[in-house]
Structure formats: C-alpha cells, structure tokens
Design a protein around this ligand. Structure first.
Ligand code: SAH
Length: 373
C-alpha cells in the first residue's frame, strides 16, 4: 500500500539529507545541521534553521521542500492528564496521537514498563511520559472489539509522518532532554507490521535523531508472524508486544479473524523464537471481553500457552461502546483472571484506562471523529 508522495524533510535520514545538500553544491556538514534541526530542535519551518545560509533555505523552499511537521488540528485533555491529539497531515487526512504523562505511581497503564526508573523528577511537569503513535490511517486488521477496525484502512503513514506525530507532541508539550523520560508505544491506529518498512525507519530516526533509546519503545502487533521474525533480526528495535486476546484458536479466530491466517501455534512459535535482550520480556496484551474470553478456564489456557516464554501479561478490560457487541467484565472477574495467571508464575498487570473520557483509551482512537453516535 503506497504512502502519499512527499516533499517532507522529516522522514529523511542523515545520509539522505547529506545527499540532498551535496546535490545542491552545499558542504556535507549541512546535512547534519538539517538533521539536528529537524529531529533534535524539532523546528516547524525552514526559516528556523538558523545554522543554514538564508539563500540555501530559500532555495530548498523554492524547490518545494517543507519540514513536514503534522499540524495539531484538535487537542482533547482528559481529567487524568492524558491528551489526545488530532494531527492533520499534508493530504488533509488526520491521525491520532496520545500523550500520557505519569507521576510516580508504579505500573503505568500505558503499555510501557513501570518501576524501572532510575532518573528523578525532571524539569517539566511530568516525571516521565508515554506517547502512543499511529502507524496507519485506519486499520486493515478486523479485530471485532476495536473501534479503529470499523474505519477500514485508508493508507500507510510515511516514516516522516510517524516521527512527525512524536515531534509535534514533544514540541507542544515543551519537552526538553533527557529524552530517556519519554516512552514511545506503537499502539495507536493501525497495524505497525503491515507498514513495516516505514515503522522501522521511524524507529531509526527516533533513536538517531530525536535521541529516544530503543529500549524505551514498544511495538504492538495483532500477530503478523513473518514480521515478528523480521523484527527479531533488526539491529535496532523496540520491545515487542503481541495482542493475544484469546486463549484458544476457536476463540481467537472469532474475535481476531486474522488468526485464521496465522494461528496460535505459529504465533507462539514466533514468540518463543524471538531473541530477547538481557532482562527483556515479551509483552502479551489480553483484552478482556465479558463472557467471551474472561473465564477462569481461559486464564488457565493462557497460562499453558505462554508457559516457558519470558513474558508478562497486560490485561486490558474492554473499552466499550455502542458500536461493539462486547461488554466490559466486572472488576472481580478481571482480578480473578489476574490471580490465576500470577499463581501460574506469569506476571500479570491490569491496565488502567487512560483518557477514556476523551476517547483516548485503547481501541478508541478516531471514534469521535469518524463515527457519529
Ligand atoms: N494493531 C496493533 C496495535 C494496536 S495496539 C495491535 O493490535 O496490537 C492496541 C491495543 O489495544 C491492542 O492490544 C488491542 O488488542 C487493544 N484494543 C483494541 N481495541 C480495544 C478496546 N476496545 N478495548 C481495550 N483494548 C483494545
């Protein structure tokens, strides 16, 4: 699936930028200056690149080049501090990006690791924060419990549009180094592994350009098995999360039809083969659907499935809505599920929904914009 043609500088690597400046007869170091301005300073117009000669800036603009930062078209602020951004891209389409600031309260509820913080409070009003980024406009994977699935897929996002969402949020939030305080989760709209090349290029730019360490990033997949294998071979890669969401094939094929293409046996084989770094764990996400996949028997099946994998489970009580046929389980039911996993030796966490009042929680993105309720 193509992305839109781009005259955006955001998304180009330092090598590509160097080639661009050399082409114009400029010295090679101008490429690095552009790279720093785009990713480290996060400028939003070429006029702000003060290190570049004015006439070269003008020439870049005359040749049609733009910074390519998405425009923040709407911003919704939750009572829990979560901010949902509606980002306008060059072709007028929009995607959503979520900012989740964290205090010092242990397990975060945002898909990232908790309790592994070495650094103290930072200068801004958050100790650390997580940005949830979209990888596609809509989604082609037809999970029955997800609002984004109702949109279908419109197109892939370019690497520049993925990094751009993060640059725009960091700019808006006034985030200053150390960038170690920022976690990135590729858990917004879309299936990152169906836009693999742009996703992985964005990771490279985030690491080299923005300065966010790869171990501060987590990518979540619905279970595109060949790309799980590819990710394992990447020299620079985020941590991996797999949306499990069911405890056996019959159930998983019902709630995630994608399971008919790659079933649990293939998925778990890929998970087992995934080369973890020292101290790294795989994450499995499990959306709890009342009366469908939340029984004690399901928890026991899950424990069997993941036995022997160095993994943790994130339990996500369904964020429901009128368009979905599923309901959210009671708290007791969720706790029982968690208890069974813990008793089987599997670390299991219940994810607190973030920004549910502004439709920013898991599976809710684009709900208010595209679906009239
Ligand atoms: N396509 C990727 C990335 C999206 S991540 C993936 O499927 O993993 C979004 C996470 O939210 C996934 O774990 C998904 O299972 C979960 N999710 C989707 N819809 C949800 C809903 N309505 N309530 C709670 N979690 C949901």
């Amino acid at each position: 699936m193509p992305t839109v043609p781009s005259n955006s500088l955001l998304g180009l690597t330092s090598q590509e930028l160097t080639a661009l400046v050399l082409d114009a007869g400029q010295p090679a170091y101008r490429g690095q200056q552009l790279f720093d301005a785009l990713y480290r300073q996060r400028i939003d117009a070429l006029g702000q690149v003060s290190t570049l000669p004015r006439d070269y800036r003008t020439r870049l603009e005359e040749n049609g080049w733009r910074v390519g930062l998405p425009r923040i078209s709407q911003k919704f602020v939750s009572s829990d501090g979560t901010v949902r951004y509606l980002m306008a891209l060059a072709d007028g389409e929009t995607v959503e990006t979520v900012w989740m600031p964290e205090g010092d309260e242990g397990e975060a509820g945002d898909g990232s690791e908790a309790g592994d913080e070495a650094e103290g409070p930072g200068p801004a009003s958050f100790r650390r924060a997580t940005i949830c980024v979209s990888s596609q406009m809509g989604c082609a994977v037809n999970c029955r419990f997800c609002f984004t699935a109702l949109l279908g897929v419109k197109r892939n996002l370019s690497a520049g549009e993925i990094v751009g969402q993060i640059a725009a949020v960091l700019r808006d939030q006034g985030v200053q180094p150390p960038m170690q305080r920022v976690n990135i989760v590729f858990m917004g709209m879309g299936e990152p592994f169906l836009n693999y090349d742009n996703f992985i290029k964005s990771v490279q730019l985030l690491v080299e350009g923005v300065g966010i360490p790869e171990v501060r990033m987590t990518v979540s997949t619905a279970g595109i098995v060949p790309r799980i294998l590819d990710l394992g071979r990447e020299p620079v890669r985020p941590k991996l999360a797999i949306s499990l969401n069911a405890s056996n094939d019959a159930l998983r094929s019902e709630v995630m039809p994608l399971n008919r293409k790659w079933n649990l046996q293939e998925l778990m084989a890929a998970a087992r083969a995934f080369p973890l770094r020292p101290r790294e764990r795989l994450t499995f996400e499990y959306v709890l659907l009342e009366g469908v996949n939340d029984a004690p028997e399901n928890a026991r099946e899950v424990a069997e499935l993941v036995r022997g994998v160095r993994a943790k489970m994130n339990l996500i009580p369904l964020n429901s809505g009128a368009e979905l046929s599923y309901r959210t389980p009671t708290e007791e039911r969720v706790e029982e599920f968690q208890r069974i996993l813990m008793a089987a030796g599997i670390p299991a966490f219940v994810r607190r929904p973030r920004g549910r009042d502004i439709f920013a929680a898991c599976g809710q993105l684009k709900r208010t914009v595209e679906i009239r309720t």
